[in-house]
Design a protein around this ligand. Structure first.
Ligand code: GFB
Length: 315
C-alpha cells in the first residue's frame, strides 16, 4: 500500500472508527472525511464509493454493544452487521479499493477455546450463546473477505480486535460494554453518595482489553504491513478479570463504596483473551498502561457528560 493512499474508514462514529480517524489525522494521512452513507442501502454505499474512490479502506462499522445489548437486540445486531459486510465488501471490490481491512470480533471464537485464542481455533466449536447472532454475522464478513481474495484476488485482510474501550465509548447502560458501564455506574454512585455498585456476573470472567487508541494504531500498522489470507488478532497484552478491572475503575473514579457481584446476571464467555503474538513479532507494541487508558476514558466521560443524551431505559 502506498504511504499517500487515500483511506476511508467505514463507521467513523464507532469507538474504533473514531479512534482510527484520530490516528490517521495525527499521521497526516489522506482521509475521506465525508459522512458515512447508510450501510443498509446498497445503492447509497455504491454511490459513495464510486464518488470518493478510496484506495484503502477499513471497515469498523456495524451495530455492537455489551452482553445486555446482544441479548436484547440479536436480530438487529446480526442483520446490521450482515448488511455492512455484504454491501461494503462487494462495493469496495467493484470500485477498485486496493487494500481493505475488515474488523471482525473476538466473540467469533468458540465459547470454550484454548487460551489465548489463536486463529486456528476459529470455527472449531459452539459460540457463546449471549452473542452468537452477532458473532455469526462477523464470521460471515470475515469469510466474505476471504472469498473475494480467493475468487478475485482482492487484497482484503481481516483483523480480530480485542475488547476495546476508550474516549468516545458508548456509556448508555443498555448498550455499554463492561468498562464504560462500570465507569458510569461508579461515577454516578460517587456523585450520589451510594454505598455500593452492582457488577454483573461472578467477576471471574477474564477479558483481553485493549485501549481504543492503541487498537487504532495497530489497525493502521496491520493495514500497511499485513497481507495474509488468514485473519490476524489485533490485541494488546492485558488479561484481566472483571473483578480486577472493577477494582481498578473504582480507584480511577475515586468511588469508595462496595462492589456487589450479581451472579444472576450472565458471565458470557468465561475467558476471552486473544493471542497477539503474530502482531508483536511483526514489531507493533501498545503505548498505554491500563491505568492510563482507564483514566483517559474516565476524563473523557466526565468532560462530555453534559452533552450526553438523557438515558431512557430501552431507548
Ligand atoms: O463487556 P461485556 O458486556 O461483553 O461484558 P462480553 C463482559 C463481562 O463483564 C461479562 C460483566 O461477564 C459481564 O457480565 N459485567 C459486569 C458487565 N458488570 C457489567 C456491567 O455493568 N455492564 C456490562 N456490559 N457487563 C461482548 C459481546 O461480550 O464482547 C459483544 O457481547 C462484543 O458482542 C464484545 O463483541 C467484544 O465481553 O461478554
Amino acid at each position: 500500500m502506498r504511504s499517500d493512499a487515500t483511506i476511508y474508514v467505514a463507521g467513523q462514529t464507532t469507538l474504533l472508527g473514531a479512534a482510527i480517524v484520530r490516528a490517521l489525522k495525527r499521521q497526516r494521512c489522506l482521509l475521506i472525511e465525508e459522512r458515512d452513507p447508510d450501510f443498509s442501502d446498497r445503492a447509497a454505499v455504491d454511490a459513495f464509493l464510486r464518488r470518493t474512490s478510496p484506495e484503502a479502506m477499513i471497515i469498523a462499522a456495524g451495530a455492537s454493544g455489551g452482553i445486555h445489548a446482544n441479548q436484547a437486540f440479536p436480530a438487529e445486531f446480526m442483520q446490521d452487521n450482515l448488511l455492512v459486510a455484504c454491501h461494503l465488501i462487494d462495493s469496495a471490490y467493484r470500485h477498485g479499493v486496493g487494500k481493505l481491512l475488515y474488523l471482525g470480533s473476538s466473540c467469533s471464537y468458540p465459547k470454550h477455546c484454548p487460551q489465548p485464542m489463536r486463529i486456528e481455533s476459529l470455527l472449531t466449536g459452539p459460540l457463546e450463546p449471549t452473542n452468537a447472532p452477532y458473532a455469526v454475522a462477523k464470521l460471515a464478513g470475515m469469510t466474505l473477505c476471504q472469498a473475494y481474495r480467493q475468487q478475485f484476488g482482492a487484497m482484503f485482510i481481516v483483523g480480530i480486535p480485542g475488547d476495546a474501550f476508550g474516549p468516545g465509548d458508548d456509556f448508555h447502560p443498555d448498550r455499554s460494554h463492561v468498562i464504560a458501564s462500570l465507569i458510569r455506574k461508579m461515577h454516578e454512585a460517587k456523585e450520589g453518595g451510594a454505598a455500593s455498585v452492582e457488577v454483573w456476573g461472578t467477576g471471574r470472567p477474564r477479558r483481553g482489553f485493549i485501549f481504543a487508541d492503541d487498537l487504532a494504531s495497530a489497525c493502521l500498522f496491520v493495514l500497511r504491513a499485513y497481507e495474509g489470507a488468514e485473519p490476524i488478532n489485533i490485541a494488546g497484552d492485558w488479561d484481566v478479570s472483571i473483578k480486577d478491572v472493577a477494582e481498578l475503575i473504582k480507584e480511577v473514579v475515586g468511588f469508595s463504596g462496595a462492589l456487589q457481584f450479581n451472579a444472576s446476571k450472565p458471565d458470557g464467555i468465561p475467558v476471552k483473551v486473544l493471542d497477539g503474538s503474530r502482531l508483536y513479532q511483526m514489531g507493533w507494541r501498545p503505548r498505554h498502561t491500563i491505568r492510563e487508558a482507564l483514566s483517559a476514558t474516565y476524563q473523557w466521560f466526565v468532560g462530555t457528560q453534559q452533552e450526553m443524551p438523557a438515558v431512557r431505559s430501552g431507548a
